[in-house]
Design a protein around this ligand. Structure first.
Ligand code: PEP
Ligand code: MG
Length: 755
């Protein structure tokens, strides 16, 4: 064993003994400050802890007046201690009193001390308190002493987080550690969830902080770094990551950090100062988080996310925990908190226990948001630092109406939400009563409302909502939750069950739409620069005949004695549709020839979601039996605006004339050609947008089941003819997206239309 840096290491060893002592929290704190003071030959050592009201309370001291403990307080940002808390950075001053931030606290008697060293107590980048040493003489504390004090602060952070000190604070004062947070984000899925946090990537809790053998810990760190580098290289080589949304550039950033000498050096130094390898990772990451999280530069903040992920991977490797979602210890009212996740990962959770979802990133038309809506889980996205602030098990409320998230909510907020849930239940009841009413506008135009679905659990929504059918059945969801490729028989049984569940109402199946962000774990794809524009949907289907033909055969058999409605996603050229149609015909002939029952009638449609089709409408409408507008993709391609991008979400408006004009053209041409056309993207389920769609000529909308009630309520109060005239006149002239939105909103208000 090496004996360098003996001083700090002796301190850490003694600290370990104090932490293991079966004594009360106050006594432990008192012992710790005494231990630090004697080890660092300091006359003063004090611990201040942050309270929810933004003040720092003196919790223990060696050297200052004992009577000041739990009495003296400082405001964050005021005095040296307040400055450390505000900036989450150490301060090392030979002459504290000459520092402009110095504040004199008469009750502590500290004026006789000159030199001052203070470090923040940090956990996951959050400041929980401040640890200080002071000396009478003018001295500069060495780098090693700063390190040792920071390490001690880490030990304190674990002690605070373990809830040991909660009862010590001055009566009436709450600790910041347990402070409620009200966070804001963007609504991804409607609903209210009251539940408990489950971190998607559970924070690895490091319990063994202090090393027994430095050389051994250094070797462990080296090993873990090596396997981390290999695993990142491997991910890059494979080009895929089990989780979604982690694309090549992120992996490149990982690789950069994994090779970064600065990072590696800081890790090594922390181990040399006496920490275990995992404690070193946590310490270096916590310092980095505290520094970078104050940055307003979005690029740096993204890099912080990457570093967090990398540090987490390293911790998991060191502690022998596999990488991946929490899974097992799921509370019965779980609210998943994650940076981001793919649709398949959400489907991995037990639906019965899932109440809500909070994401730091994402966009409302991303597939995880669509699946969350399909599952009826209240979801709020783009919530800054949700993962850093939440701990698994914390009470949480997700408000999928306003985009608020309440972490550790106080009692009055919780009561208000219990009321809100009751109110929503009453409103749902009103919507349910609308169920039996014909879906027609006030001036008598019939509108067909359908639901989007993809799993068996969606089927009951068909009856509950009173929808006319399933306008989009996303068949890939079944493939995404399967661990291996569903075989012909399994597919057939599933589709039959869907048709039976629909009880005679029409179901429009969509052939497999995988690729892009919909990854099937058992299909190897090659890395692509732009997966959304890449080898996906019908492109992949036509290149993998076994895959698409099997699905077609399963659908034909499942629909025996009924009509099969099937559409193909991402059609770009009419010839693609024609090839797929030929395959359907061939399969049908094959089945008939071999004496199998098959669908009585087959209707084949194309999804219109690639802009190229807008310039092939006449031929397209002659070829297809029906069209369905995938507005999520059509919008992203038309606006060149990634539907999953957090930064672009909300930047361009679906009510833009640039979008509404081509949509209007499609509706007009389809009517002339007498071919049915529906909209099945997310805009169909948003009342104001749906109002615009009706006004430009659509009569059939397909949406998530929970949107049926609100959309029907809008329709029943809508004077469609008048609105059509108004909106079409606007679109014929020069108009901006915001003018269209303002006009529609004003119209709805004036006509008392609920939107
Ligand atoms: C769409 O693109 O609008 C659509 C309905 O398909 P998905 O959201 O599944 O891509
Ligand atoms: Mg699409």
């Amino acid at each position: 064993m090496r004996e360098t840096l003996a001083g700090p290491r002796v301190l850490l060893r003694r600290l370990r003994e104090v932490m293991a002592d079966p004594i009360g929290a106050q006594e432990r704190l008192d012992k710790i400050v005494r231990l630090i003071a004697s080890n660092m030959v300091a006359e003063v050592c004090s611990v201040y802890i942050l309270r929810a009201d933004g003040s720092l309370e003196l919790f223990a001291t060696e050297g200052l007046l004992a009577s000041a403990v739990h009495r003296a307080t400082l405001r964050v940002g005021r005095g040296l201690v307040g400055l450390i808390a505000a900036e989450a950075r150490p301060l090392n001053l030979p002459d504290a009193q000459s520092h402009p931030a110095f504040a004199y606290l008469p009750e502590t008697g500290e004026e006789i001390y000159h030199s001052f060293l203070g470090v923040p107590v940090l956990r996951a980048g959050r400041t929980l308190g401040v640890l200080v040493v002071q000396n009478r003489s003018h001295r500069s504390y060495t780098e090693e002493e700063v390190e040792a004090l920071q390490t001690t602060a880490m030990v304190l952070a674990e002690m605070f987080a373990a809830g040991e000190i909660e009862d010590l604070a001055t009566p009436g004062a709450d600790l910041d550690l347990n402070r409620p947070f009200r966070l804001e984000g963007a609504v991804f899925a409607d609903g209210i969830a009251l539940g408990h946090v489950l971190l998607h990537e559970p924070r690895v809790v490091v319990t063994q902080l202090i090393a027994e053998d430095v050389d051994h810990e250094l070797a462990r760190l080296e090993d873990a770094m090596r396997s981390l580098r290999l695993s990142v290289d491997d991910l890059l080589a494979r080009g895929v990551e089990a989780g979604q949304g982690e694309h090549r550039d992120i992996l490149e950033a990982y690789r950069m950090f994994a090779q970064d000498q600065g990072w590696v050096r800081r890790l090594r130094e922390a181990v040399e100062a006496g920490l275990t390898a995992e404690a070193a990772v946590e310490k270096v990451q916590s310092d980095m988080r505290a520094r970078l999280s104050r940055s307003t530069d979005p690029y740096l903040r993204d890099r912080l996310h990457d570093l967090d992920d990398l540090a987490n991977r390293l911790l998991r490797t060191l502690m022998g925990r596999p990488h991946g979602p929490a899974g097992t210890l799921m509370p019965s009212d779980a609210v998943i908190v994650a940076r981001n996740m793919g649709a398949a990962e959400l489907l991995d959770y037990d639906r019965e226990k899932l109440r809500g979802l909070v994401l730091e990133d994402g966009a409302p038309t991303s597939h995880v948001a669509i699946v969350a809506r399909a599952l009826g889980i209240a979801t709020v996205g783009q919530v800054d630092n949700a993962v850093g602030l939440a701990e698994s098990g914390d009470p949480i409320i997700v408000d999928g109406e306003t985009g608020e998230v309440h972490l550790r909510p106080p009692g009055d907020i919780e009561l208000a939400y219990v009321d809100k849930v009751r109110f929503r239940a009453r409103r749902q009841e009103q919507f349910r009563r609308l169920r039996e009413k014909p879906s027609a506008t006030k001036d008598g135009t019939d509108i067909t409302l359908m639901i989007n679905a993809g799993l068996m659990m969606d089927l009951p929504h068909l009856t509950e909502s009173g929808a006319a059918g399933i306008g989009l059945f996303r068949t890939e969801l079944q493939f995404m939750i399967a661990s291996s490729f569903p075989r012909l028989g399994e597919q057939e049984a599933f589709y039959r069950e869907v048709l039976e569940g629909a009880d005679g109402k029409p179901v429009t199946f969509r052939s497999l739409d995988v690729g892009g962000d919909k990854v099937l774990p058992y299909i190897r794809t090659h890395p692509e620069e732009n997966p959304a524009l890449g080898w996906r949907a019908i492109r992949l289907g036509l290149d993998r005949p076994a895959l698409l033909k099997t699905q077609i055969r399963a659908l034909l058999k499942a629909a025996s004695g009924r009509t099969l409605r099937l559409m193909f996603p991402m059609v770009t050229e009419i010839s693609e549709f024609e090839r797929a149609r030929q395959w359907v015909r061939n399969e049908q002939e094959h089945l008939t020839r071999h004496g199998h029952a098959t669908a009585d009638k087959v209707e084949l449609g194309a999804m219109l979601e690639v802009p190229s089709l807008l310039w092939q409408l006449d031929e397209l409408l002659e070829t297809v039996d029906f069209l369905s507008i995938g507005s999520n993709d059509l919008f992203q391609f038309l606006m060149a605006s990634d539907r999953g991008s957090t930064r672009l979400a909300g930047r361009f408006d679906a009510l833009s004339p640039a979008f509404l004009r081509p949509l209007r053209k499609v509706a007009t041409k389809a009517r002339k050609a007498q071919k049915p056309v529906a909209v099945c993207g997310e805009i169909a389920g948003r009342p104001l947008e749906a109002m615009a769609l009706l006004a430009i000529g659509y009569r059939s909308l397909s949406m998530s089941p929970s949107a049926i009630g609100p959309i029907k309520a809008m329709i029943l109060d809508l004077d469609l003819d008048r609105l059509s005239q108004r909106l079409n006149a606007m679109l014929d002239g020069a108009v901006s997206a915001s003018e269209v939105r303002t006009e529609l909103r004003a119209w709805a208000n004036a006509e008392r239309i609920p939107v």
